[in-house]
Design a protein around this ligand. Structure first.
Ligand SMILES: Nc1ncnc2c1ncn2[C@@H]1O[C@H](COP(=O)(O)OP(=O)(O)OP(=O)(O)O)[C@@H](O)[C@H]1O
Ligand SMILES: O=C(O)c1ccc[n+]([C@@H]2O[C@H](COP(=O)([O-])O)[C@@H](O)[C@H]2O)c1
Length: 210
C-alpha cells in the first residue's frame, strides 16, 4: 500500500526535496535552507544526502563519510520530515549528482524530486557531470546565500528562493574549532557534541589530502 503523508493525498505524487552537501559539518545554513524550501514548495520530505567523494573538493581535506553522515543524522533527527540517505556514501568512487538523482528515482519512482542548492553551488552547476540530463531528473531550487550572487540560468525548471541570510559556512565552523573558538548556535547542539567527542577539525581544513 502506498504511504500517504500529511501533505500528499491519495493519487498525488509525493513531493520530495533532495539536499546534497559535503556537510563537513552540517550547520544551520543548510537546515534553514531545507526548511524554507520545504515550506514554500509544500514538500512532504527532505532527504539530506551527504556526498561520498566530492570531486570539486579533491584538493581539500574532507572528513570521513561516516562522520559526516552521522552528524547529518544527529542534526536532522528532531524534524519528522527530514531524512538522511546513504546513496552517495555507499556508492564507490567520486560523487556526481546525476548518480544521486538516478538512485533516488529508482528508490522513489512515484516521487517528484526537488534538488536544493545554495547560490554558490548553483553558479557551478553547468560544470557538473551530464548537466544536460540532470534537468530531466528533478526540479532545481537555488536559495540565496550571503556573499554569493544567485545566478539566473533562464530555465523554467529552476526556481530561485530568498531564505533567511545566515552567514555560516562549514569552512568557517572548521576554522573556529581549529582555533578553539565556539561553534555553539552555528551548528545544532548534538553536532557540537559529536565534533568534540570525535575530536574533529583540530587541524586546519585547508591542508592537502594525504
Ligand atoms: N549558509 C548557507 N545558506 C544557504 N545555502 C547554503 C549555506 N551553506 C551551504 N549552503 C548550501 O548547502 C549545500 C551544501 O553545502 P556544503 O556542505 O558544501 O557547505 P559549505 O558551508 O558550503 O561548505 P564549505 O565551506 O566546506 O565549502 C550547497 O548547495 C551550498 O550552497
Ligand atoms: O555532479 C557533479 O558534477 C557535482 C559537482 C559538484 C557538486 N555537486 C553536488 O552539489 C552538492 C553540494 O556540493 P558541495 O561540494 O558544495 O558540498 C552535493 O550534492 C554535490 O554532490 C555535484
Amino acid at each position: 500500500m502506498e504511504r500517504i503523508t500529511k501533505s500528499t493525498t491519495a493519487g498525488q505524487r509525493a513531493r520530495v526535496g533532495v539536499m546534497g552537501g559535503t556537510f563537513d559539518p552540517i550547520h544551520h545554513g543548510h537546515l534553514v535552507a531545507a526548511s524554507e524550501v520545504a515550506a514554500t514548495f509544500g514538500l512532504d520530505e527532505v532527504i539530506f544526502v551527504p556526498t561520498g567523494q566530492p570531486w570539486q573538493k579533491q584538493h581539500k581535506k574532507v572528513s570521513h563519510s561516516e562522520h559526516r553522515y552521522l552528524m547529518t543524522v544527529v542534526a536532522t533527527a528532531s524534524n519528522p520530515r527530514f531524512t538522511v540517505s546513504r546513496v552517495d556514501i555507499d556508492r564507490p568512487g567520486v560523487t556526481y549528482t546525476i548518480d544521486t538523482l538516478r538512485d533516488l528515482r529508482r528508490q522513489r519512482p512515484q516521487a517528484e524530486l526537488f534538488f536544493i542548492t545554495g547560490a554558490d553551488a548553483l553558479a557551478q552547476i553547468m560544470s557538473w557531470k551530464d548537466v544536460d540530463e540532470l534537468w530531466g531528473l528533478a526540479h532545481f531550487v537555488g536559495v540565496t546565500r550571503p556573499g554569493h550572487e544567485l545566478p539566473d540560468l533562464g530555465r523554467q525548471d529552476v526556481s530561485l528562493l530568498e531564505v533567511p541570510a545566515l552567514a555560516i559556512s562549514s569552512t568557517g565552523c572548521r576554522e573556529r574549532v581549529a582555533e578553539h573558538q565556539p561553534v555553539w548556535y552555528l551548528v545544532p547542539d548534538g553536532v557540537v557534541q559529536y565534533i568534540a567527542k570525535h575530536q574533529l577539525y583540530l587541524e586546519s581544513s585547508e591542508a592537502e589530502n594525504a
